[in-house]
Write a protein that binds this ligand. Sequence first.
Ligand code: ISE
Length: 334
Amino acid sequence: MRSIGIGVIGAGVMGAEHARIIAREVSGAHLAAVADADPARAEAAAHGGRAMTDPEALIADPSVEAVLIASPDATHQRLVLAAIAAGKPVLCEKPLAVTTQDCLEIVVAETRAGRRLVQTGFMRRFDPTYRELKATLEGGTLGGVRILHCQHRNAAAPTWFTGEMAITNSLVHEIDVCRWLLSTEYRTVTVTPFLSSDPKTSDPSLFLFETDDGSLVSIELFMNAAYGYHVHAEAVCERGTVGMAHPAPVRIRREGSQSGGYPENWIPRFRDAYRIQNQAWVDGIHNGVPAVDGASAWDGLVATCLAEQIIEAKATRQRTTLKLPHNPSVEAFS
Ligand code: ISE
């Protein structure tokens, strides 16, 4: 099989991990180049590929046939548009862009290009546990879903978090994966932030969604849960429940008690998901068909657009009806 040259933009925690996965764990592709503003970081992540500092030069480079973007959120839109203009497939870390308008411009540019070039990096869709949950729900033995309970806990919010990134950068995972799990859209949201004497601290928060198919989605988002990284989901259905088991692969029983560890962050927890996602993206490029279950540019827009409305709902604490714009790509790609 021909090997596709991949260029990775951003060599921070996530970019370095994506570069490692492409260089070491994905077949049918090789790491052609890594770009980062910090040349030493680019070099360290390049695994023998080219290290560059200019992301636009990486996109234009003939050795780069497809682009993986893992640079800061605010740079995503410009770089995705540049990849579309160059006719190169692009896998962009979430969020696709930081405003609905910016996402819409991507959806329009891709629609004009006439082919699916963009995948949004909602990797939980490729996580074996979430996939088993979805297969069980779709198998029908448990009946319809009444409530989908989710927990999303970080040991500590990343140091680079600012403003409402808990919603635009973290909660967007649940926004995406729950609508994918249930194959439905959200109708309303009500947000209850933790009330503390310091009005700037609203962690943890509870989000309650009503969906078009009549189920409820509850999400606890706790950015500073202290004990470790912990993501959990359980569906309460008409004839039973299905939920994730403990995330640690082993349990220790000792001196009258049992224990199991929690990872420090999302990379160990979702290691398989990132690898499977990146392989599916590369396979899709070879086949000329987007990865089945990969999040599209429209899915990226939905997450950002709902995040914007959820931020407003959090301020008002009112049950808020959620709205989406017209999808200009629906006719082109259906
Ligand atoms: C981080 O940016 C991620 O993408 C993780 O998957 C997420 O769980 C975490 O909360 C975010 O901060």
